[in-house]
Design a binder for this molecule. Structure first.
Ligand code: ATP
Ligand code: MG
Length: 385
C-alpha cells in the first residue's frame, strides 16, 4: 500500500460506532470524515469532524466529495439522502434505510425476502386494535414503528385493555403489535455485501439483555447444530433480496429446537459485534469499511472464544451530564485497574459524558477455551455494575 490514502470514507453520525469505524479504517489508509451535530461526539477524536446538522448543505457537500458514504444510525433524514443522491455512493442506500428504520415496513420486507419473524399486526388507527392481540397469540409487545432503541417505545400487553392503554401511552403513533416469543436465547449475525455482489458473514453471537439494553455478548453461541447455517441463509436472503451494499446485522430469537425468528435488523455494525475487535481476525468495523469501499472481503469470525460486557452509565454515579471534554471516563464506581488486570480483557471507552442508561464503553474478553472464558466472564461481570 502506498503512503497515500486509499480512499476517503464519509460517515453520517459521529458516535461510538463511527469512532470505531474510523479506528478500523485508518490503518487501511482510509481517511474518515463524519457529519455530526454534537460538538462532543466520540468520533471527533479520530476523524475529520464536520460539525453541523445532518442536513447542512456544506457538510453534505463535504461528504459528497468522499469516495463513499456510510452511516452509524438508521434514522438518517431523508433530505440528507436526497442531497447526496447521484453524487456519491451511500451504502447502505436510501431504499434499504427506509425499511430498516420503520418496524412495520422492516418486518413486512423481511418476510418478503423469505426470513421468518414473529406474528405481527400493524397498528395505525384505533380500529386496528380490534382482535389484534388475538391474531398474534394473546400476548404481545407493542412497539412504535419508528425511533425505538434499547427497549424504548415498547409496552408488553396481555389483554385488550392493556393493549388500548399501551397504545395511548405510546401517543397513538404508528406501531406494530408483535406476538410474544418464548425463546431459548437471543443471537445475532452480520452480513456484508459489496456493490458488485460479494458476500461475507460475521460470527453467530449470543446476547443477553438487561433492562432492555444489551449486557453481554458471547462467541461462540451455545446453539443447536445447524443454527448458524440457518442464520446465514436468512442473512443471505435479506442481503440479496434487499440489495444490500455495506453491512447489516440481524437479531434473532432462537426457539427450542434451533429455529430462528428475525427480531430486527440494523443496517450497520452492531453492539453485539464489538467482540470481533479483540477475538483475532477482522473486526465488524473493518468488514463494514471493506464492504462499503469495495475492498477484498472475507468472512470475519473471532479466532478464539470471546465475550463483551457493556459499560452503561448508572444512576447517581457521576456529575450528571458533565462534559468530559476528551478526558477518559472514570467517574463511575468501577475499578478499571482490576478490569485491566484480568487476563484477556480489552477496555474500550467512548469518551462520552456520563449519563444514566447511556452506553459509555465496553470491555472485550478473550480466552484460550470456553471454560476459561466463562470463568473470567463471571469475574468481569462482578466488576462492571
Ligand atoms: P435494541 O436497540 O437494543 O436492539 P430495540 O429497542 O430495538 O432494542 P427490540 O430489539 O425490538 O428493541 O427489543 C428489545 C428486547 O426485547 C429484545 O432483545 C428481546 O429481549 C425483547 N423482545 C423484543 N421483542 C420481543 C418479542 N416479540 N417477544 C419476546 N421478547 C421480545
Ligand atoms: Mg434489538
Amino acid at each position: 500500500m502506498s503512503d497515500q490514502p486509499a480512499a476517503t470514507l464519509g460517515i453520517l453520525g459521529g458516535g461510538q460506532l463511527a469512532q470505531m469505524l474510523a479506528l478500523a479504517a485508518l490503518p487501511l489508509g482510509v481517511q474518515v470524515r463524519v457529519l455530526e451535530p454534537d460538538a462532543a461526539a466520540p468520533a471527533r477524536l479520530c476523524a475529520e469532524h464536520l460539525h453541523a446538522p445532518y442536513t447542512d448543505p456544506a457538510g453534505l457537500d463535504a461528504l459528497a466529495a468522499c469516495d463513499a458514504v456510510t452511516l452509524e444510525f438508521e434514522n438518517v433524514p431523508v433530505e440528507s439522502l436526497d442531497a447526496l443522491r447521484g453524487r456519491v455512493p451511500v451504502r447502505p442506500g436510501a431504499e434499504l434505510l427506509a425499511r430498516s428504520k420503520h418496524r412495520a415496513r422492516e418486518k413486512t420486507a423481511l418476510r418478503e425476502a423469505g426470513a421468518h419473524t414473529a406474528p405481527f399486526v400493524v397498528i395505525e388507527q384505533e380500529a386496528d386494535l380490534d382482535r389484534a392481540l388475538e391474531r398474534v397469540g394473546g400476548r404481545g409487545i407493542l412497539k412504535t414503528s419508528e425511533l425505538g432503541y434499547d427497549g424504548k417505545g415498547q409496552v408488553r400487553v396481555a389483554s385488550d385493555a392493556e393493549l388500548r392503554e399501551g397504545w395511548a401511552e405510546l401517543g397513538q403513533v404508528a406501531c406494530i403489535l408483535e406476538g410474544f416469543v418464548t425463546f431459548e436465547r437471543e443471537v445475532s449475525l452480520a452480513v456484508a455485501r459489496t456493490a458488485d455482489g460479494r458476500l461475507a458473514f460475521g460470527p453467530l453471537v449470543e446476547n443477553v439483555h438487561r433492562g432492555g439494553i444489551l449486557r453481554t455478548s458471547v462467541y461462540p453461541a451455545a446453539v443447536p447444530d445447524g443454527t448458524e447455517t440457518r442464520a446465514r441463509e436468512m442473512a443471505r436472503a435479506v442481503a440479496e433480496g434487499w440489495g444490500l451494499e455495506g453491512l447489516l446485522t440481524l437479531e434473532f430469537f432462537q426457539l427450542a429446537g434451533g429455529d430462528l425468528l428475525v427480531n430486527e435488523v440494523a443496517p450497520r455494525v452492531h453492539n453485539s459485534g464489538h467482540l470481533t475487535q479483540d477475538g483475532g481476525g477482522v473486526s465488524q468495523f473493518e468488514a463494514q469499511v471493506r464492504a462499503v469501499l469495495g475492498l477484498p472481503l472475507a468472512d470475519w469470525s473471532p479466532l478464539l472464544p470471546c465475550a463483551m460486557v457493556n459499560y452503561v452509565g448508572v444512576e447517581g454515579a457521576a456529575p450528571d451530564g458533565a462534559p468530559l471534554d476528551g478526558a477518559p471516563i472514570d467517574c463511575a464506581p468501577i475499578d478499571w485497574a482490576a478490569i485491566d488486570a484480568l487476563p484477556g480483557t480489552h477496555i474500550h471507552l467512548y469518551h462520552k459524558a456520563h449519563r444514566p442508561g447511556r452506553k459509555l464503553g465496553h470491555v472485550n474478553l478473550v480466552a484460550p477455551d470456553l471454560p476459561t472464558l466463562h470463568q473470567r466472564l463471571a469475574q468481569l461481570e462482578q466488576l462492571i455494575p
